[in-house]
Design a protein around this ligand. Sequence first.
Ligand code: AHG
Ligand code: MN
Ligand code: MN
Length: 355
Amino acid sequence: MAETNGNGNTSGVGQEQINTDIITLTRFLTEEQTKHPEATGDFTLLCHALQFSFKSIAYYIRRASLINLMGLAGSSNTTGDDQKKLDVIGNDVFIAAMRGSGKCRILVSEEEEDTIVFDEFPNARYAIVCDPIDGSSNLDAGVSVGTIFGVFKLPDEVLGPNKTVSAQHLLHAGTELVASGFTMYGASAQLVITMRGGTVNGFTLENSLGEFILTHPNMRLPTQRSIYSVNEGNTLYWPEWVKAYFNDLKFPASGNPYSSRYIGSMVADAYRTLLYGGIFAYPADSKSPKGKLRILYECAPMALVMENAGGQAVNSHMERMLDVVPEHIHDRSGIFMGSHGEVQKVIDMYKKFSK
Ligand code: AHG
Ligand code: MN
Ligand code: MN
């Protein structure tokens, strides 16, 4: 029954439906683990450390303008990008969480030139790749940024003391990822996670509880949607087939033109694409012949999410993104990803120009 206030109006007090049986990420992971009797629990512990790093980074981003974390840190990362203070903090938080988990043997971060090897844990069987803060050029404007991660499992032969683990153990196709996902720090923090061959599940950080709550179970990409997301300022540098593809979306022979949505943080553009459908692209072009986004910790983890949600992801040569093997940990690629039908249109246009 709704209560009334002194004026006889309903106050809404007591009307709230309270769900007392919520699925937290911790519960979700525990339930997943019980589906695999052979599981040691190591992966679950690793995920707990991952979620702690996401909560911490979310906290620092929320507080950024209050505690003077905006602006540049005064250094640049491996590829010469200016590093933001939050890039540095995000990187440090992530590395500390992975070390602390005791389950990560080797780590690749966008912010570190070389791999980080935790030889103090010779039996740790996981290798992690991450972009601690994706979209950091947007930070000062308070626009959504995120963390992208991927998890590989190391082969048994490198476990144990006196064994050497190196970048070679990470230079694999995305099909080898056992899990991947990203967290977007927006109005609320959204965590999207998927395991190889599994579904895609979305969690929302409830700040008072400090828990990620399952809010988007079994996310599925709409097969079509007339939204495109690309930095059109690069049109001058695009190959002719890319120009023709986007031109067709804007000046269609039949039907309505597409809407354009480009935030400039891949996590945010990818999250919207996952929910609404459409296409996200960062093609290779004459300015960035190999593409801009990194294969290991940007393209492959996102591609696994997109594919497991029913979409597609390909590179600028129309190879399946998950099949691409990087030669170096910071290698880049062009990427087209999103709704199955929308990526198919990209592939069809590429074929038309290759004839
Ligand atoms: P990062 O902040 O990790 O360097 O990544 C930025 C990436 C990605 O988030 C985004 O899609 C793209 O760069 C934007 O690039 P442009 O500014 O060239 O459009
Ligand atoms: Mn990035
Ligand atoms: Mn980054």
